[in-house]
Each structure stands twice: as structure tokens, then as C-alpha cells.
Ligand binder design. Sequence first.
Ligand SMILES: *Cc1c(COP(=O)(O)O)cnc(C)c1O
Length: 354
Amino acid sequence: MPADRASDPSCPPPPLRLTLDREALAANWRALDRLSGTAQAGAAVKADGYGTGARRAVATLADAGCGDFFVAHWAEAATIADLVDPASIAVLHGPLTRADADWARASGVRPVLNSLGQVQRWRECGGGSCHLMVDSGINRLGLPLSDLGDPALDGLEIDILLSHLASAEEDTPLNARQLGRWQDARRALPHRRASLANSAGIALGSAYHGDVTRPGLALYGGVPCAALADHIRPVIRPQAAILQVRHLAAGDSVGYNATFVAPAAMTVGVIALGYADGYLRAWSGKGSVTLGGARLPVLGRVSMDMTVIDLARAPEAREGDWVTVDYDLPDAARITGLSQYELLTTLGARLARP
Ligand SMILES: *Cc1c(COP(=O)(O)O)cnc(C)c1O
């Protein structure tokens, strides 16, 4: 059951949601497509579109003109297969079992083959057009270069020949080394299209672009490197309702372990967002929310289902009002020490994704 649909449609919506600025998402894709030069930008939409809601993200990206979608798992492909041409969906983990390969054949979703074993599995169930991942130095998934001459690859119908950069957001010699190995693989194996760059890889220049780029993070408002900062707009905003307004006396403490103590009488609000929703305890005493233009700091510890905010700058705030959580990804990463990837993908299933 998708998190954006209650099993009983008459059940009212929850007091927390993740808004998606569809226009900003489309604009980010267009910017990354432009920065990809003669290559076409695809989109990494694994992990529920990096937590933004895969179905609404894919629908928006397809409308913008995106024609290649990358997911990690077969179940993630099934979630979006009715929205786009199944052949435009690539499953990065590849077929681990015969059932995976059979489902790919039946659905038309394309596997990314990562090993000679996966190549053989794909052939045994009938084969056909597929993608091939070669490992150029990240040592994660992908065929080692030493396997490229293997006769098991003869005649394989490779659409996209991919590799993946380990440190595209850094200025490191590993990037050029990986580029060289990917180019070796391109010379060794017939293929229709080639792909290397993730979001940050796009900023490394045209040599890294190939025919298809695979941005993920930057589509959703993440800024992995300074070169992309001027091109990327924020896309998501977590919002939560105020469940209760409370009045504290000087000396009253807030939340678990009483880590905040009111220095004077004050008014606080309890919002319906906690660490179980991915608003992790890293935000305790550091986060803030916005209400009617006022920035309201988080007080004390974030709880599982609730967080307390200072309402001094929003004296009109009432139960049921919605606040927007300050969640600009580069800022949020600096404040919490979490990566922008983690900040997106930890946002939980209880947030409505309307
Ligand atoms: C996740 C992923 C991407 C997207 O990377 P970003 O850094 O989010 O742009 C691209 N390619 C592969 C193989 C991936 O696993």
C-alpha cells in the first residue's frame, strides 16, 4: 500500500505531509538536462524518489521530458510501471533470481546486469535488450573490466553501458581514472548508449556525459557541489500541524531528559513530527520551523512522534495551524551532520505525499 493512500479512504489525512513543488522538480530536471550537453538527463527515482514520492516524481519528470528512470529494486519498478513505458525503467540491482528475470521479460522493465552470472540468468529466461553496469573503481556492483572479453557477453543486446562514479563531488584523480576505464569498456563492448554521470558527475564536464546522465539528488533540491548551486531549486517541504499550544512558567522543562528549561514564562507548540518520521534527534535544539514568515526554534529533544517549538515570534499560533519545517538540504546537512541523501530518504511513510 503506498504511503500516500490510507487503506480506508474515509480516514482523514494525517497531521503531517511532504509537499512537492512539481514546477521546481521539472525545472531542476531541465537544468540538469541542459548541463548534460548533448546527453539526455534521466532520473534516479529509487528509494521512493529519494523519499519525495516516486509516483508523483516520475509523473512530473515524464511530463518534463525525462525518458530514463533508474530504480534499485524490482518492486520499485512495479510501483511506477503503469506511469511510463516500462522499457524506460532500469533496475540497478539486476536479476538476483530467475523470478526477477522472468518478471523483467513479462513486464518489459529492463534489468541492469552486473555480473556474468546475471548475464547468464538473463539469457536463460530469453534475454533481449538490457543494460550492463561495469565497475570502473567504486567496487560496488558491476562487471569487473577483466570480464569484458568473456565470450558470455557476445551478442548481448546492451542498450545502456553504465558505470558509476565514487567521488564525483570531489576533485580527485579517481574521477579521471574511472572515466578512462568506462571509455575502455565502451570500446570493448557494443552498446547503444553510454552513461557515467550522477548529479555531481554532470558538473565534471562533457567527457563524463556520454549519452545519458543519471541525476538523483540534485533533482530533489540537493546540491552536491558548488557548480550546481545556482541551477538547483528546493523541491520538498515537510509540514506538520500544531497539536497543542502550551504555556510554560520559568523553570519548566521541555521533553525527554529535560534538555531545555524555560528561562522565563513562554508559549510553546507541539507539532506532529518526530524521529519516527525521519526528523531525527540530530535536530534537537537545532532545528526550526516557519509560520507566517516567523522562524520558530525547536526546543529540547525531538520525540518519536512530536517536536516542541518556541511560539514567541508567532503569538497568534493555534492548534491545527500548519508549520513548515526548515529543511533546505545544504543547510540541513551543515546543521545536522547528516548527508543530503540521508536527509531526503529518511523522511518517513507517515508524511502524506499528496
Ligand atoms: C543513486 C544512483 C545515481 C544517482 O546519484 P546522485 O548522486 O543522487 O545523483 C546514479 N546512478 C546510480 C547507479 C545510482 O545508484
